[in-house]
Design a binder for this molecule. Structure first.
Ligand SMILES: [Zn+2]
Length: 72
């Protein structure tokens, strides 16, 4: 997928491909979660069904770790 980057995934415990939030429902979920307006620096693990969400500079920003809901 375009726009993927490899980061450490806290849940997988390995380096995996991640993608930024895709679409308004995912961005809205992140905005409500974080209270931030800009959420494109959050990344979701795309390995299998992992969907663990991390911040660009922090692989473990949420306690407990959070998975991106499926909005489709
Ligand atoms: Zn993962």
């Amino acid at each position: 997928m375009a726009n993927e980057r490899v980061f450490r995934c806290f849940t997988c415990r390995t380096y995996e491909a991640h993608r930024p939030p895709a679409g308004e429902p995912e961005r809205r979920w992140l905005r409500e979660l974080t209270g931030k307006k800009y959420v494109d620096d959050y990344w979701m693990c795309t390995r299998g069904e992992c969907r663990n969400v991390r911040y660009a500079w922090d692989d473990d920003p949420f306690d407990p770790p959070l998975r991106m809901p499926e909005f489709d």
